[in-house]
Design a protein around this ligand. Structure first.
Ligand code: PLP
Length: 395
């Protein structure tokens, strides 16, 4: 069944948006809901809003809605903070679960902040942990019984290459390691069955394919049978069993709620909660089929029109997430020219042009038009204009 529902999004006229993998566009229902929250809840109810408007339960309630899209059972996901913080929490908890082991295994396809957070944690623990970074294809053979935690991003942010979540989790468990998946480019992009794969932890953000808006809160999942054993490194008052008892000692809340830290970002979470309405009735299998059809069509159109571009993503759609990337020496300038011509993708150093496929609001006509415009920019060297070479802070 078609999952296309462009009418639910506020997309600027004349723009083909192939960057929903980086910042999802604005669903139409968000602005009204946020305005209502600001004036009708915050403005009218003041501090009473924490109780009467359910602000305090938002992280768990919205977490369940996200959990539904990634195969997590209700009560196993909670929202809050940024993804970098959630990586830190998951990794510190995982290391505590394997106190005799000292190795963290990750790969060079991981997003830098995940690796930086691991390095920072290692330095501050001072227990002699090591972060081993291997190439993505070498992960399996490096899962040994020295590994405390395998920490990977499921879909590579640059190339879209997708790990086999079930197989790697199985190998991690066979070696006695804890598995942490970063689903930043998976949640809302590809079907994920967290409960079936048995991973201990998963984390992700909600401003990419979930369209929660810039700065929308991250999520963290703990496998339900383990949640009560996790000892939170960031022992904030809202992860306490009884925050309003104001005890001097920390006692973690039952379950994944212990991964809450401080006051939730109610405005952002309201925007995300509204944005999640666009997923009502979407079958993730249908979404995946549509995403593959779009990305295959784009690759074919680009191959026909742009001989100078080399596919940086796997050719086999089963091995890709919901994005397609190309290597091109003049990738930055070409992307700037594309954006000036109404096709928005993005650029990742050193030479990757990246396009996200989001079947809720992108259709075949968009994909063909985008490839046509890209073909024209390359053929006529429209990218070779000083205006397109100046680097901005966010690429
Ligand atoms: C987008 C992304 C992040 C961003 O982290 P923030 O803390 O939200 O800025 C982290 N990790 C991965 C894998 C990502 O794709």
């Amino acid at each position: 069944m078609s999952v296309l529902r462009k009418h639910l999004f506020d997309l600027p006229e004349g723009v083909i948006y192939l960057d929903g993998n980086s910042l999802g566009p604005l669903p139409k229902c968000v602005a009204g809901r946020v305005a209502q929250m600001v004036t009708g809840e915050w403005g009218a109810h003041l501090i009473k809003g924490w109780n009467i408007d359910g602000w305090m339960d938002q992280p768990a309630r919205v977490g369940d809605r996200v959990g539904h899209l990634i195969g997590a059972v209700p009560g196993s996901v909670v929202m809050g903070d940024t993804l970098s913080i959630k990586v830190y929490q998951a990794l510190s908890a995982a290391l505590q679960m394997r106190p005799a082991r000292r190795m963290i295994l990750s790969d060079s396809g991981n997003f830098p902040t995940d690796l930086y957070m691991a390095e920072g944690l290692i330095r501050h623990l001072s227990h002699g942990h090591d972060l081993k970074i291997v190439r993505p294809e070498e992960v399996m053979e490096n899962i040994t019984n020295e590994v405390a935690a395998v920490m990977l991003t499921h879909v590579d942010y640059r190339t879209g290459r997708m790990h086999d979540m079930a197989a790697i989790t199985k190998a991690a468990h066979a070696a006695g390691a804890v598995m942490i998946w970063d689903l930043a480019h998976s949640a809302g992009a590809v079907p994920v069955d967290l409960a079936a794969c048995g991973a201990e932890f998963a984390v992700g953000c909600s401003y990419k394919y979930l369209n929660g808006g810039p700065g929308a809160p991250a999520f963290i999942y703990i496998r339900p049978d383990l949640a009560d054993q996790v000892d939170p490194a960031l022992a904030g008052w809202l992860g306490h069993a009884a925050p309003f008892a104001f005890d001097l000692e920390y006692r973690p809340a039952p379950g994944v709620a212990r991964m809450r830290v401080g006051t939730p970002p109610v405005l952002q979470m309201t925007a995300l909660d509204a944005a999640l309405d666009v997923w009502e009735g979407v079958d993730m299998g249908d979404l995946r089929a549509a995403s593959i059809a779009l990305s295959e069509r784009f690759i074919a159109e680009v191959a026909a029109r742009c001989p100078g571009l080399a596919l940086a993503s796997p050719h086999d759609p089963e091995l890709r997430g919901s994005q397609v990337s190309f290597h091109f020496t003049h990738g930055y300038a070409t992307m700037q020219a594309l954006i000036a011509h109404g096709v928005i993708g993005d650029f990742r150093a050193p030479d990757i042009m990246r396009f996200g496929f989001t079947p809720l609001y992108i259709d075949e006509g968009d994909v063909i038009a985008a490839a046509e415009i890209l073909g024209r920019i390359l053929k006529d060297r429209l990218w070779d204009d000083p205006a397109y070479h100046a680097r901005q802070a966010v690429t």
